[in-house]
Write a protein that binds this ligand. Structure first.
Ligand code: ASP
Length: 352
């Protein structure tokens, strides 16, 4: 998946940090082809637009997807390749910056947060809403500040030892983020968790919100099981649609996107489908459609039955975190352990 060649850029003076950049594609490095459609181009061409990167007192190694992609095409195979690349270069670098399309950046950030257990170095994802070649592009600011954050140290320790998204002057925890905007520059937010930093004249870190550096060696979870579904409830959903999802071959878990504080219709046929599925060993995870707040099963009559049936409450997790947490846990544990771990705070993704 990665090109054989790793580009190395050495600072003229003694570098204050050694960073590893992973370029996957996305609008950041796209250009318009003859038909006026945006397609990805290679990292060398990106550097031509950002000569300042060479004068930041940093040294970089850059590894690029052989074929840079639009992030709509990303999947578990790419996450595995990225995690392996980070593992391979972990000891020799102080921090990592991943250039990625914005469409699925929150999924990739969430997946990596669960795959890279005991991460003690910054992994900062960033991208852009306009290609770097565009005079009004947000690419320059996003990359340069992401590099600053990935290299920031305090008393010899990394300031942000976790997987984050840096975008439009905000640093967000990766597994709390979601894409909320496709036309303005403020593409991400994290409704249930404060920003880890805001970038103005200086970068202000919210140190109490940042995870402490873990002890223990990095463990990389590469086995992901994607036999899951996401079902968003809507008023009028039919039995046939529900059944078709729950009867999918080999299905192991369903993220149920419910209303408000985790509520679903009381319809007997709907509850029966859920009851039978749980009895047959399927994991159901209740995530709210609301971008803010949390699931509290049993608060309303419309969620009490879900609790009784054995649906797992997803607290204040995003769907992106829920999906990727399930993939990693299912790749590692049996159903009972997965259910237990879903409610635990593994990588800062939920408030217990
Ligand atoms: N479709 C693009 C992608 O996600 C959008 C972007 O990068 O902003 O790769």
């Amino acid at each position: 998946m990665f090109a054989d060649k790793v580009i190395t850029i050495e600072s003229s003076s003694v570098p204050r940090a050694r960073l590893f950049i992973i370029y996957t594609g996305g609008t950041f490095g796209m250009t318009y082809n003859a038909d006026g459609v945006l397609v990805p181009f290679n990292f060398e061409s990106i550097l031509e637009h950002l000569p300042v990167v060479r004068n930041m007192g940093l040294s970089f190694s850059v590894s690029s997807f052989q074929q840079p992609i639009d992030s709509s095409n990303i999947g578990p195979e790419h996450w595995r390749a990225i995690a392996r690349e980070i593992q391979k270069h972990y000891d020799n670098h102080d921090g990592f910056v991943i250039l990625h399309g914005t469409d699925t950046m929150a999924y990739t950030a969430s997946a990596l947060s669960f795959m890279l257990e005991n991460l003690a170095k910054p992994v900062i994802l960033t991208g852009a809403q306009l290609p770097v070649s565009d005079p009004r592009s947000d690419a320059r600011e996003n990359l340069i500040t992401a590099l600053e954050i990935a290299s920031a140290v305090d008393n010899g320790r990394p300031v942000v030892p976790e997987v984050c998204i840096y975008f439009d002057y905000q640093l967000l925890r990766g597994n709390r983020s979601r894409k909320v905007e496709s036309m303005q520059f403020d593409a991400f937010d994290s409704g249930n968790y404060p920003p880890l930093a805001k970038a103005g004249v200086k970068i202000d870190y919210n140190t109490t919100a940042i995870r402490p550096c873990p002890k223990g060696a990095l463990v990389v979870n590469l086995k992901l099981d994607n036999r899951i579904a996401v079902l968003k409830l809507f008023p009028g959903i039919t039995k046939e649609v529900m059944q078709s999802v729950f009867q999918a071959n080999g299905l192991r878990a369903v993220v149920l996107e419910t209303y408000g504080a985790g509520n679903a219709p009381n319809e007997p046929w709907l509850l029966e489908i859920l009851r039978t599925s749980v009895a047959n060993g399927l994991i159901l995870l209740n995530i709210s459609q609301c971008p803010g707040g949390r699931v509290v099963q049993g608060r309303y009559q419309t969620s009490r039955e879900l609790e009784r049936i054995g649906v797992t409450g997803g607290a204040d997790m995003t769907t992106e975190a829920a999906v990727t947490k399930l993939m990693v846990l299912l790749g590692k544990y049996d159903t009972d352990v997965v259910k237990k771990k879903l409610s635990e705070n593994l990588a800062g993704e939920l408030t217990p």
